[in-house]
Design a binder for this molecule. Structure first.
Ligand code: FAD
Length: 427
């Protein structure tokens, strides 16, 4: 076990500003405040692992890295953890089971299970095979989930910066220098390993590493509830498609939010019902994926290929939403796809990984891989690989795979066995 230390944060100029701001209320006139540090960043944060995006995958990656003992920091542009699970309102993660047994556990499952239990909900019986896949999605309380996630981060020593995002990333001899911005904050993060959990591989994009994106993306959705009060943790919200939704940048996200809200307003007027809940943001199904050391194809996915470097399972129908809706294509009986470590590593890169829906995969494979239980499992795998790499002063692909797998198992994850077909791969 690597010893756990608090992350170091030096904030000399931040302290000075706080003192002078504090004296504004006093009788003494204060010297005019300096313009916000034109010469350099306000804060320097030095950590082992920086996770950009504290969403579905990023939260789990952070917890795993910190629990191994790495100094871990999350930069999240929003106001809470959970991403699409919470802010997007898609609070029904799946799928943790396949064909009568649990295939994803570990830290994501711990969080989901605790959330349901604290909320007095019920969990599905994984020893049964449901008639329809969505019957085993877990309804979590979207308000409770981020509170529990924050508590677990606090206990694990994960640092969190909300309302911040990276503006530039530069390679350093022993890692990365990431310049982040927030309102009233400029932060320089020095880290050994980066994990991009932004959903759209935004850090990978900043680095100019190859990414894949379709000309036409699946629609996003705006989740809302008319007439009756929302019942978080028990049932999902209504949703409407936001065609053309694109999470690439603040302009496209603004456009998706404006479009989604306009459509909800139309429905309120048309149905003459009270608006009882509206998520603060649209949620996005598809944007950039990385081109990784390994690209998971739909053939790999639908045949349940067990990759030599498989670090977790995934399970969901091929689920491509189009203008006319979605017709999920269930996987054949017994098939359980796997995710290789190589699909979490941008091609030709060092010291950077991704986790979540931007996993390296073709479009159809991605339409199944993108679901939350799989994103959480990928997050845990990336967190473990990055923490071990930071401790060994190497890049994740140079960490012996057996060490990553052992570490994941130690932290409760279910890891595919090296050989065997999908039915025998659970170890
Ligand atoms: C409408 C809809 C229905 C779905 N239905 C299901 C379902 O039934 N079951 C299921 O399991 N899955 C479902 N999914 C899929 C699933 O919810 C997502 O694919 C998954 O949550 C993505 O996880 P992620 O960690 O990759 O991204 P997210 O959870 O979106 O997290 C990304 C995080 O990164 C942050 N971020 C982005 N850019 C930056 C930046 N530059 N700097 C800092 N922070 C940044 C975001 O604010 C966010 O918090 C659905 C998705 C949608 C949109």
């Amino acid at each position: 076990m690597i010893s756990r230390r608090q992350f170091i944060q030096s904030s000399a100029s931040g302290v000075a500003i706080a003192v002078s701001a504090g004296s504004v209320c006093g009788a003494e006139p204060t010297p005019p405040r300096q313009p916000a540090n034109a010469a350099g960043p306000d804060i320097t944060t030095q950590v082992d692992i920086l996770i950009v995006g504290g969403g579905t995958a990023g939260t789990i990656a952070a917890l795993q890295a910190a629990r191994i003992g790495a100094k871990t920091f999350v930069v999240e542009r929003g106001s809470q953890l959970g991403g699409t699970t919470t802010t997007g309102g898609v609070a029904f993660p799946g799928l943790f089971d396949a064909w009568g047994k649990q295939i994803i556990a570990g830290i994501g499952w711990e969080l989901v299970k605790e959330c349901v239990e604290l909320d007095g909900g019920t969990l599905p019986d994984f020893s049964s095979v449901p008639q329809r896949h969505w019957m085993h999605q877990i309804h979590v309380n979207q308000f409770l989930y981020p509170l529990l996630a924050e508590e677990k981060c606090r206990e694990a020593g994960v640092g969190i910066a909300y309302y911040e995002f990276p503006q530039s990333v530069a390679r350093k001899e022993d890692g990365w220098q990431v310049e982040c911005a927030g309102f009233g904050t400029r932060r320089r993060v020095l880290c050994k390993q980066l994990i991009d959990c932004t959903g759209g591989a935004e850090v990978v994009g900043l680095l100019g590493l190859p990414r894949l994106r379709e000309e036409e993306r699946q629609p996003g959705s705006m989740l809302y509830q008319l007439s009756k009060a929302a019942n978080p943790g028990r049932e999902g919200l209504a949703s409407l498609y936001v065609h053309g939704a694109d999470s690439t940048n603040s302009r496209t996200v603004t456009e998706a939010n404006l479009t989604g809200r306009r459509e909800v307003l139309k429905r309120v007027r048309a149905e003459k019902k009270r608006l009882m809940q509206l998520q603060p943001e649209a949620s996005f199904r598809e944007s950039y994926r990385i081109q990784g050391e390994m690209v998971i194809t739909v053939d790999d996915y639908t045949t349940g290929r067990v990759f030599d470097d498989a670090v977790c399972f995934a399970f969901y129908p091929v689920d491509l939403h189009t203008k006319s809706g979605v017709k999920p294509k269930p996987l054949a009986k017994g098939i359980v796809p796997t995710v290789p470590l190589g699909a979490l590593v941008p091609k030709g890169s060092h010291n950077i990984m991704v986790a979540g829906r931007c996993v390296s995969s073709d479009r159809l494979a991605n339409s199944g891989l993108r679901v939350q239980a799989s994103c959480m499992a990928m997050g845990q795998a990336a967190g473990a690989a990055a923490a071990l790499a930071a401790a060994k002063k190497t890049t994740p692909l140079n960490v012996p795979l057996s060490e990553i797998k052992d570490m994941l198992r130690k932290h409760g994850a279910i890891v595919p066995a090296r050989h065997g077909n999908a039915n025998t791969a659970v170890s």
